[in-house]
Design a protein around this ligand. Structure first.
Ligand code: NDP
Ligand code: 2IT
Length: 451
């Protein structure tokens, strides 16, 4: 089976040159799958690995728009529909200048297994653009979103593909895209999730990824007779996932002391001031340097002052680390520093935040690890709850959605843990999550024939 996996990876590298982030996600999954592929030859017989590495389709399009100065601009738009073996394509849209096909493919590939783990009927997809929302006026953002949806609308639908938010895409952008879809089609349908509460959105969707991430960490700790209560935690990022991770950590009486953005980080030894953070980031969309101006006790470290090749967030001593900004933001040097300072748990709120060598170090040194596709699945799971509410024309209370979210996170932990035991690697949640997520999709592909 060694050769089967190696050959699949080689063929992918040959046919998709330069897609380094995609290879990284593929390597992580395929390495975990070896015990399953050894135990059951049917997956090789049906060529599942080769088939799943090729998206059902990838759509790449021009997004022209006009800036405030009247200049015509253009960006590249993407939607990669990876797998609909177990449900309609589902996954976010990312607007960030770093976006390229490799990044969208790594995110879409991860999404297949994440969505499978939730136990819900959702397939995997991802999209976005290299458009940079930073410094753009509201009018520019709106015109970009309208142009993006004019093309995207041809490929989505409530039983086909249901996009949502990710980096750079929040409630405002979903609103502009939803309005455009409605105008184009004259249909009021749940074709996006993360909608506003007045027009089809679900309560608790905004909070879901961060809340779910902390619920997942709590499951890991409860399983060893511990809990997050009273623990010092470090968090990277200061967007949707980071903010609601911090909020839930406070609700569970933990102490979050850091947050960061693309310009620098805050260390507030008294605990992050959540109200101030929300005002700076959600209301005014400002840089975190504003936090230090309002709170002279807090330390602001600009990115230029980070130790070379390291993320300064991970130099702050903590019991648990919650990387919640972006991919590859926690590397080997970072995890060594965290370990030296007594960190016991890394729980991934972001997608693929840890490098492969950092993960290997965690496994060798028995650092507890909540892998992204399990730990941050609460967002997409709650998106599916939004789809359910839209389809049945209902609106559920916050507590109902939150209870379901909590149950789903427990289900994901239990399934990943049980699968790690089944393959004689008890507690290896990365292996458990990858095998459990893959097996459901692969078995569905076999049932549905060569398509
Ligand atoms: P947001 O756009 O709300 O926030 C992103 C945060 O990360 C911001 O603080 C941003 O800084 C920072 N950031 C982004 N890119 C970089 C970078 N290259 N270097 C340093 N900092 C960076 O996004 P989300 O909170 O929604 O997403 C965060 C992560 O969580 C992503 O990996 C995403 O894929 C993942 N995720 C999101 C889900 C969701 O429901 N939203 C669900 C599951 C996973 P700045 O403010 O300066 O832009
Ligand atoms: O990475 C993710 O799971 C998301 N950005 C959320 C996707 C969704 O469809 O809610």
């Amino acid at each position: 089976m060694e050769n089967y996996v190696e050959n699949a990876l080689k063929a992918t590298i040959h046919s998709t040159p330069g897609q380094t982030e995609f290879y990284q996600a593929v390597k992580e999954v395929l390495t975990s799958l070896k015990p399953l592929l050894d135990a059951d030859p049917k997956y090789a017989h049906y060529n599942i690995v080769e088939r799943i590495l090729i998206p059902d389709r990838q759509i790449i399009f021009r997004v022209p728009w006009i800036d405030d100065a009247g200049k015509i601009r253009s960006n590249i738009g993407y939607r990669v529909q990876f797998s609909n073996a177990i449900g309609p394509y589902k996954g976010g849209l990312r607007f960030h200048p770093s976006v390229n096909l490799s990044i969208i493919k790594f995110l879409g590939f991860e999404q297949i297994f994440k969505n499978s783990l939730t136990g819900l009927a959702i397939g995997g997809g991802k999209g976005g653009s290299d458009f940079d929302p930073k410094g753009k006026s509201e009018g520019e953002i709106m015109r970009f979103c309208q142009s993006f949806m004019i093309e995207l609308s041809k490929y989505i639908g409530e039983t086909i593909d249901v996009p949502a938010g990710d980096i750079g895409v929040g409630g405002r952008e979903i609103g502009f895209m939803y309005g455009t879809y409605k105008r184009l089609t004259n249909r009021y349908e749940g074709i996006l999730t993360g909608k506003g509460l007045n027009w089809g959105g679900s309560l608790a969707r905004t909070e879901a990824t961060g809340f779910g991430s902390v619920y997942f960490a709590e499951n890991i700790l409860n399983n060893i007779g511990d809990s997050i209560k009273g623990k010092t935690c470090t968090i990277s990022g200061s967007g949707n996932v980071a903010i609601y991770t911090i909020q839930k950590l406070y609700e569970l009486e933990a102490k979050p002391v850091t947050c960061s953005d693309s310009h620098g980080m805050i260390y507030d030894k008294n605990g992050i001031d959540l109200t101030l953070l929300k005002t700076i980031k959600e209301v005014h969309r400002q840089s975190l340097s504003e936090y230090a101006k309002a709170k002279p006790d807090a330390q602001y470290i600009p990115i230029e002052a980070y130790p070379k090749g390291m993320n300064a967030v991970w130099s702050i001593p903590c019991f648990a680390a919650f990387p919640s900004a972006t991919q590859n933001e926690l590397n080997l040097e970072d995890i060594k520093t965290l370990h030296k300072n007594g960190c016991r748990l890394v729980n991934e709120g972001a997608n693929m935040p840890s490098t492969l060598d950092a993960i290997a170090y965690m496994q060798e040194n028995k650092i507890l690890f909540g892998p992204a596709k399990a730990a941050n699945a609460g967002g997409v799971a709650t998106s599916q709850l939004e789809m359910s509410q839209n389809a049945s024309m209902q609106k559920w209370h916050f507590a109902k959605v939150d209870t379901k979210l909590r149950d789903i996170m427990k289900h994901i932990f239990d399934l990943s843990y049980a699968t790690s035991q089944e393959f004689n690697d008890e507690g290896n949640l990365l292996l458990g999550a990858n095998i459990a997520g893959f097996r459901k999709v692969a078995d569905s592909m076999i049932d549905q024939g060569v398509v």
